[in-house]
Design a protein around this ligand. Sequence first.
Ligand SMILES: *Cc1c(COP(=O)(O)O)cnc(C)c1O
Length: 497
Amino acid sequence: MSDTKSAERSLDPESWDALRDLGHRMVDDMLGYLEEVRERPIWQPVSAESRAALRQPLPRAPEGAERAYSDFAQHVLPYPMGNIHPRFWGWVIGTGTPFGALAEFLAATMNPNVGGGDHGATYVEAQVLDWFKEMLGYPMDASGLLVSGGSMANLVGLAVARNARAGYDVRKEGVRGAPGPLTVYGSSEIHSSIQKTVELLGLGHDALRLIPVNDRFEMEIAALEAAIARDRAAGCVPIAIVGSAGTVNTGAFDDLDALARIAERERIWYHVDGAFGAIAALDPGLRPRLAGMERADSIAFDLHKWMYVPYEAGCILVRDAAAHRATFTLTPGYLARATRGIAAGEIWPSDFGIELSRGFKALKVWMMLKEHGIDRFAALVRQNVEQAQYLERLVRERPDLELLAPVPLNIVCFRYRGDGSLSEQELNDLNAELLMRIHEEAVAVPSTASIRGRKAIRVAISNHRTRRADLELLVEETLRIASQLVGSLERAGSGIR
Ligand SMILES: *Cc1c(COP(=O)(O)O)cnc(C)c1O
């Protein structure tokens, strides 16, 4: 009997002082880690020892916080993906910020469930959504939701599109109630998440009409109009046009104003995938390229790419808040709303998406925007674009390098072409190998793209730590490794490998 009290446990520390000491050390270590990120290799393979340390049986007895932290420091921390490094330009990946990381700690400390209710976090999310509407020139009465990223934002936006434009109650009848095949339009350069979305929405990816692009990789408007007309004549129901604001391969912008006009005329939902490109609206010089985006019915964009917010954070904005809510709201008795107390509150984010329980992503966004102010982000976006233009110049200056696509934004696609004596196949093999060596020698992390069948080394700069000297180094090292590869080829006599 006398023991009952001590038998009741919690997961709080036995010694708050000991955890406080450890916590201070963790903060010092992590800030030091970021401060010195440039000095360390961008990437290294996970050692055999560390891989073994990460294949242990489920711990039964406590190992303690100190041990957990030292295992992290020894077996996880030395093996970053690399995207915090100044020379990481692969795919489209953001860097995060030190203060953003600290904000994550604060969010996890409060640990609210931001599905809804009357508490601080819900208001912070509403605040950052309003800031984004202001930033993009979108109507202030639009609805929105923070989500895990661009993929989820596209899914939410196109789910609303389907339900709003199918012409019947899709929530009740599903896609089998459709009077004809529901079709979606985007350029041949759209992101894979659009296809996944179309598949998940039950339309099947045959319903996704991929419209050809011009030589700047922008959707051919006449081909779009022809496809819609053809589909209508065949009994299809066009429900959505997806405009790309910044394509993943080359950073191209569709003619967003022309798409808006067609969507309005045809009464089709207009969704813009602006995963990173929408952020270009911050720069007055780039903003004209985005003209028409503000006319979209929904806009998807990422915060963890070109807003440099730590993973994960993306955003969807929807012009017609009622249509947005009507797609997702469902309030069973156990989720009943109140007019007073915690279960009150005007906005329930869970009414606007799939997730019921939701983390406090908004805090890092809110704190980073307050820390730096939006003008600083605008300057960094501009800096990244100018860096891409600088790399473009460096590539043009070297006769043995070749640009494979225009550079409208922050992405540069180039390849090594040597003296022009290699075939297209040999060039593709050579550049594939070159990219692997650039990664393995920890020079930098570009990624690849296939530009009209040509293998590109693709540099996408959404990195606030990059300097021009980093791009100079990439060019020099690319040429050095390439000439080694060509030299070993010549010694081997013929062909690659
Ligand atoms: C990255 C990207 C997406 C997907 O966003 P995630 O945050 O990775 O889910 C969608 N569209 C475009 C154009 C992208 O660049």
